[in-house]
Unconditional design. Structure first.
Length: 331
């Protein structure tokens, strides 16, 4: 592990006024995205859509790094250039999602455990050799009746820590993503309780395994009411409670924080982040690592048609710029 490489990469990922673009949708998720615009889910169309994203003009003004799905990481663009190489030439760090997805957690109904540790060391060495600069692993925590269990939280956070350690062994910056799902009718206070418990567990595990925090980026969900709650907390309360939670749970030497948008509308995702960054006493860079909040409107405009490419890219850049502005509190 070369801590200088990790620190330098993390600083580039957290550079103002940029954020990280999540374009690492799994195979089932990208299938749903394309189905929503009546486009066949095949390798060509997945390549066309992702090429639309990365070739949007001036994308690197707002995006510091892009998380790729394994297929995209090894895929060539229409002119034969590898996606990862193209990103590098325009000043966007290429990263890769390395987990194998959230699976049913044995003997724990309605809970998930993320798999993918087997063989990860060798995969990471290959990714680094091919030019990856960082990786991502997502854990899923569900709020419901009598859940999340301690077993679910501890098992997922231990896996995140083991993944992070393996990344740093290969000079790759780990993005650790402990997502507390927005699904459900829970209150913002219940989300706050579960998020704090999850983050405390995560950083205890990271410390125990000697993960280097200045070379680690946290990708958390926000402290927010469940989508089915009839009296959801307003944006100011979401921002205030989220920052208070992070200040209490996240060590100040963590390299940075890049939120997921997780079920929020575009307006909510940018507004919450904007309010947080208008508070001037944050000990870390607080930015975004959004997927749908940047891509959804552009995807809808594209409809799989080349004639819509310019319009779609214009929408995508507008969304990226708005998120960039919100990451410095200037929306």
């Amino acid at each position: 592990m070369d801590t200088n490489i990790l620190v330098e990469t993390a600083k580039k990922m957290m550079e103002k006024p940029k954020g990280i673009l999540a374009m690492d949708e799994s195979s089932p998720t990208i299938a749903k995205r394309l189905a929503s615009i009546n486009v066949d889910n095949n390798e060509t169309n997945r390549r066309r859509y992702r090429e639309l994203i990365v070739t949007a003009p001036n994308l690197s003004n707002f995006i510091s790094g892009a998380i790729l799905f394994e297929e995209t990481f090894d895929q060539k663009m229409e002119d034969g250039t590898l996606f990862r190489d193209y990103l590098d030439t325009i000043g966007i760090l290429p990263g890769i999602k390395v987990d194998k997805g959230a699976k049913d957690f044995s003997c724990h109904p309605d809970e998930k455990i993320t798999e993918g540790l087997d063989g990860l060391r060798d995969r990471l060495a290959t990714y680094y050799q091919k030019g990856a600069k960082f990786c991502k692993w997502r854990a899923v925590i569900t709020i419901g009746n009598d859940i999340p269990s301690d077993a679910c939280i501890e098992s997922n956070m231990n896996a995140l820590a083991r993944y992070a350690s393996l990344c740093q062994e290969n000079n790759l910056v780990p993005i650790v993503e402990p997502e507390v799902l927005i699904n459900g009718s829970h209150s913002i206070d219940r989300c706050d309780e579960v998020t704090r418990k999850s983050l405390h567990s995560l950083f205890n595990q990271l410390k125990m395994i000697n993960v280097f925090l200045p070379g680690t980026i946290l990708k958390p969900s926000m402290v927010i009411s469940g989508q089915e709650n009839d009296s959801r907390a307003d944006q100011e309360e979401v921002a205030t409670k989220t920052i208070a939670c992070l200040k209490d749970c996240v060590p100040t030497d963590t390299a940075g924080i890049a939120f997921l948008s997780g079920g929020q509308t575009d307006a909510e995702a940018e507004s919450h982040l904007n309010i947080m960054n208008q508070k001037n006493d944050l000990p870390w860079r607080v930015t975004f690592s959004y997927a749908r909040a940047i891509q959804a409107a552009a995807l809808a405009a594209w409809q799989g048609k080349d004639d819509n490419l310019v319009t779609s890219q214009s929408i995508l850049i507008d969304r990226a710029q708005r998120c960039s502005n919100s990451s410095i509190g200037k929306l």
